[in-house]
Design a protein around this ligand. Structure first.
Ligand code: MF3
Ligand code: CO
Ligand code: CO
Length: 254
């Protein structure tokens, strides 16, 4: 069942989205060579609390961290540890915040200082793929229109989309129907309607699409060891322009 959000829910989702977007911005701003992923996790905890929210990830299926931090060939769900980020790494940050009962979910990949031209192209293509997908998130179309647009754009740029993890409806719980794949799976595809809130999130590999999960039970890596990028926004559908809910707040309260 797909939950449509009424005006009150939409206001709640806007508020949660703004907190998630602001925290992601704040954490991305402290990414630098020498910083450990644990430092980022602790900083995220502090910022989420400052804004009056709580992590939507911590404790979700026993997930042990505040946010997901995935470096280089790590695709998603990377765990914070003592690893120090190095110049040239790329780091995917995925922030989920529960704010007064509603969830904002947003992700971004950033270079640590700088990165190779290939990694930078991967980041750029993944970010643009997200906006290409959001452009299809309009009442009357189908979920598959989002999936097709993302897949076409990514593959047209020589990269591949991950199949095993997908975007999703989001609301009072983090993963609601419908699933929003980043590729056309040929299954019957739900009609998009105004009032849906979707987390659209292309995960793009520089090499092949195959992934595997590490022994920690969480960290997803590319099978070929090549880098991967991830961008995500929570979006409210209308009958016209989609509304991106996870922009950082314009006046970030510090
Ligand atoms: N944020 C992820 C998503 O975009 C889900 C993370 S689940 C967790 O759907 F358990 F790792 F937190
Ligand atoms: Co996410
Ligand atoms: Co998500």
């Amino acid at each position: 069942m797909i939950i449509l959000k009424n005006e009150r829910d939409q206001a709640g989702m806007r508020a949660a989205g703004a907190v998630a977007g602001t925290v992601l911005d704040e954490v991305a701003a402290v990414v630098a060579p020498g910083v450990t992923t644990k430092d980022l996790d602790a900083y995220a905890a502090e910022r989420i609390k400052h804004h009056g929210g709580r992590s939507a990830f911590l404790g979700y299926r026993k997930y042990p961290c505040q946010l997901c931090i995935s470096v280089n060939e790590e695709v998603v769900h990377g765990l914070a540890n003592d690893r120090r980020l190095q110049f040239g790494d790329i780091v995917s940050l995925d922030v989920g915040v529960n704010y007064h009962g509603y969830i904002g979910d947003t992700a971004r990949t950033v270079p640590v200082g700088g990165c190779s031209p290939l990694a930078q192209k991967l980041i750029d293509v993944t970010e643009r793929a997200l906006y290409v997908g959001i452009g299809q998130a309009v009442g009357g179309r189908r979920v598959e229109d989002i999936s097709r647009a993302i897949q076409h754009f990514v593959e047209g740029n020589g990269f591949s989309v991950v199949r095993e993890f997908v975007g999703h409806g989001v609301g009072r719980t983090m993963h609601e129907e419908p699933q929003v794949p980043n590729y056309v799976d040929g299954k019957p595809s739900p009609r998009l309607r105004a009032g849906m809130t979707l987390a659209i999130e292309p995960m793009v590999n520089a090499g092949g699409p195959a992934v595997r999960v590490l022994g920690d039970g969480w960290t997803v890596v590319s099978q070929d060891g090549l880098p991967s990028a991830h961008f995500e926004h929570t979006v409210l559908l209308t009958d016209a322009e989609p509304e991106v809910l996870t922009w950082p707040a314009k006046t970030a309260s510090k």
